[in-house]
Ligand binder design. Structure first.
Ligand SMILES: Cc1cc2nc3c(=O)[nH]c(=O)nc-3n(C[C@H](O)[C@H](O)[C@H](O)COP(=O)(O)O)c2cc1C
Length: 213
């Protein structure tokens, strides 16, 4: 059993906002020195900030130094891991939806992102996930396709439309912002529209009938 379900099960409460804004955890998945990920995330946050229906919580994995080694099933995380989980797990649990900002590393997603995912189980369940990806010519799409498989295993619902930004030589400027903002902002709008529909529907459904897995 993943550590979060034993250590922090009591913290795993959904947003209590009724029909209020959808609480969206925006996860910044790359932690590399000199990364573009934070600039991409900041552009997304500026674009999404105008939507009054969203309450955005940024989880930047640079600030979430979870170790790779997990405890045995039912075991207790080491104190340093527990301290990190005490901050991040309740925020994941409180989210109604997720936006994952991901780079593409070797045709897949960054290891730090997978580590955060693997440390948790119930916080992902019956919630929608949207993607903002970036990378070379593929715009991070191979990372996204693989993440769809990962999140399906965790009972999450990935939304169809994603935001994909190509490398500096095409769509993404050196500061991590898109060159063609009209297209990219349209993609954000489309993805967030689907995320909001699923997020509201599933929030309501979880309250009516708690998800059993
Ligand atoms: C280890 C590593 C592997 C990469 N592999 C790919 C790849 O397979 N496909 C691709 O399009 N870009 C690849 N890239 C380019 C990255 O997508 C690009 O450098 C991006 O800016 C990385 O995100 P970051 O700056 O937030 O770390 C790779 C970069 C790194 C560091």
């Amino acid at each position: 059993m993943p550590a979060d379900t034993t250590l922090l099960a009591t913290a795993a409460t959904d947003s209590v906002a009724g029909d209020g804004p959808l609480r969206v955890a925006v996860i910044v998945g790359s932690v590399r020195e000199g990364r573009q990920g934070r600039a991409v995330a900041d552009w997304f946050l500026r674009t999404a900030a105008g939507d009054p229906g969203l309450d955005l919580d940024v989880i930047d994995l640079v600030d979430v130094p979870l170790p790779l080694a997990m405890p045995d099933w039912g075991g207790t995380p080491a104190p340093e891991a527990a301290a990190v989980l005490a901050d991040v797990t309740p925020r994941l649990a409180a989210a109604d939806a997720f936006v994952v900002v991901t780079a593409e590393y070797n045709h897949s997603f960054p290891a730090a992102l997978k580590n955060l995912i693997d440390w948790h189980y119930t916080p992902w369940q019956a919630k929608p996930v949207g993607f903002v990806s970036y990378g070379g010519l593929g715009g991070g799409l191979r990372a996204v396709e693989q993440l769809r498989l990962v999140f399906a295993e965790l009972h999450a619902v990935t939304v169809r439309d994603a935001v994909s930004l190509h490398g500096p030589w095409s769509g993404l400027a050196e500061d991590g912002t898109p060159r063609d903002t009209t297209v990219s902002e349209g993609a954000v709008k489309g993805m967030l529209g689907q995320l909001t529909w699923w997020g509201r529907a599933l929030r309501s459904a979880r309250r009516t009938r708690p998800y059993q897995g």
